[in-house]
Design a protein around this ligand. Structure first.
Ligand code: GLN
Length: 445
């Protein structure tokens, strides 16, 4: 009830929620109260959370912030929702994001622009901007975001909270409405790394309904938070301190790395030479996969349908009117990159470069246990500043995209301020070694 009141009080300015499920939340909270004290409790029992609106919630509107899924209510729950429900968590509602998770500012939502709680005239980052803003504004104790190229980590950094993109395959994607299937991961966002660990515990694990889900044991993440960093080798890649990075961001990041050293870690320079190819590689692969994934939204199988003379008119009008400009741009880029005659030059090439980027990380992880880097070259930028310049928007993800291409995990921890706005330290780990990332992030915090 306190959080619902907080939502009511702050939503007029923050605008993080697309749907508030107040009645459901109260019912779930009552049910959790009724079973309080049982020995088998999950730490999430009775904990109020909110969910990015690209994750299917049975009977609850799931829009992907798009007009093409206006009023669409899925007939089933995503696996992560089943797991949260089984743990006794409470759902407060569904959170705003960029349309189909395409963007870095939450401004491509068809419904509303979310404000950054630290400065409402600035963006919360994206695409999981609603998920980051809701935590930062005290509207939910934790949220789920999704990360295809940085969408958990960049908004976590810009809103001064913690967020984790797990290893590809660690968390089931079943019921996550797909953007780039080979890159997408669901992950937890919360104030502290300790809370992120509690949430990951519930989310992680094999799911036979997701063919890319890994069948590996899930360690006890909270037990890994020992506070001890002695002997940990932390790599610092020069390539991530990109040209044009705001000096205040670089300074806060380097100071945070010094703190890791003071805590007993060994700081080692490493090189990830293919970093500069990550952005063009990502912007071939992600739109290519998106163009295929979004082909299903034709007004026949899902959501609303625009009237037209023939079936083809209907499909054309529905897709033409109900997908926003950024989504249409990605579908066109992706269709082009996959078309006969261009496939070898673009898509195949991008896949080859992706392998080289992955090898950069494999090589670095023979020398170090984790990598520490900036998350975003800038702090939260003013609403509207980059909306007319897609390339400037794409550049916000230079430090986060390579991690998705390599499939490795990435954790963001708040590490101070630049010009009174939050900065986030990004920690990158070996595949399926979220435990070490969480230990480092928690010790820092
Ligand atoms: N900003 C990147 C994009 O627009 C990443 C988005 C994401 O991670 N979902 O594709």
């Amino acid at each position: 009830e306190a959080l619902l009141a907080r939502i009511e009080q702050t939503e007029p300015s923050v605008k993080a929620f697309l749907t508030v499920t107040a009645e459901l939340a109260i019912a779930q909270a009552r049910a959790a109260d009724a079973t309080r004290g049982a020995a088998t409790h999950s730490p999430l029992h009775g904990i109020p959370l909110a969910i990015k609106d690209v994750i299917a919630t049975e009977g609850v509107r799931t829009t992907c912030s798009s007009r093409i899924l206006e009023n669409f209510a899925p007939p089933y729950n995503a696996t992560v929702m089943e797991r949260l429900n089984a743990a006794g968590a409470v759902m407060l509602g569904k959170l705003n994001c960029d349309e189909f998770a395409m963007g870095s500012s939450t401004e491509s939502s068809a419904y509303q622009t979310t404000g950054n709680p630290w400065d409402l005239a600035r963006v919360p980052g994206g695409s999981s901007g609603g998920s980051a803003a809701a935590v930062a504004a005290g509207q939910a104790l934790g949220t789920l975001g999704t990360d295809t190229g940085g969408s958990i980590r960049q908004p976590a950094a810009l809103c001064g909270i913690s967020g984790l993109k797990p290893t590809y395959g660690r968390v089931s994607r079943y019921g996550l409405i797909a953007y780039g299937s080979s890159l997408d991961q669901i992950g937890p966002m919360a104030w502290t790394v300790a809370d992120v660990a509690l949430m990951l515990q519930v989310l992680a694990g094999h799911d036979p309904r997701d063919g890319t889900s890994a069948n590996l044991p899930v360690p006890d993440y909270s037990a890994a938070l020992t506070g001890d960093l002695r002997g940990l080798r932390v790599g610092v890649p020069s390539e991530y301190f990109v040209e044009g990075m705001e000096p205040g961001v670089e300074q806060a990041t380097r100071t945070a790395i010094e703190v890791l050293r003071d805590l007993g870690a060994e700081i080692v320079p490493v090189s990830l030479p293919y970093t500069k190819y990550a952005l063009p590689t990502y912007y071939i692969i992600a739109p290519a996969e998106a163009s295929a994934n979004l082909a299903r939204f034709d007004g026949v199988r899902y959501g609303p349908r625009e009237p037209g003379e023939s079936m083809w008119d209907q499909i054309e009008l529905t897709r033409g009117h109900r997908f926003g400009a950024e989504v249409r741009r990605r579908i066109m880029l992706g269709t082009y990159a996959l078309s006969a005659g261009y496939y070898d030059a673009y898509y195949k090439r991008a896949q080859q470069v992706r392998t080289l980027i992955k090898r950069d990380f494999e090589q670095a992880f023979t020398q170090v246990d984790i990598i520490a880097a900036p998350t975003s070259p800038s702090v939260a930028f003013p609403i509207g500043q980059k909306t007319d310049d897609p390339l400037a928007m794409y550049l916000s993800d230079v430090c986060t995209l390579p991690i998705n291409l390599a499939g490795v995990p990435g954790l963001v921890v708040p590490c101070g301020f630049s010009e009174n706005l939050p900065v986030g330290l990004q920690l990158i780990g070996r595949p399926f070694d979220e435990a070490t990332l969480l230990r480092a992030g928690d010790a820092y915090q």
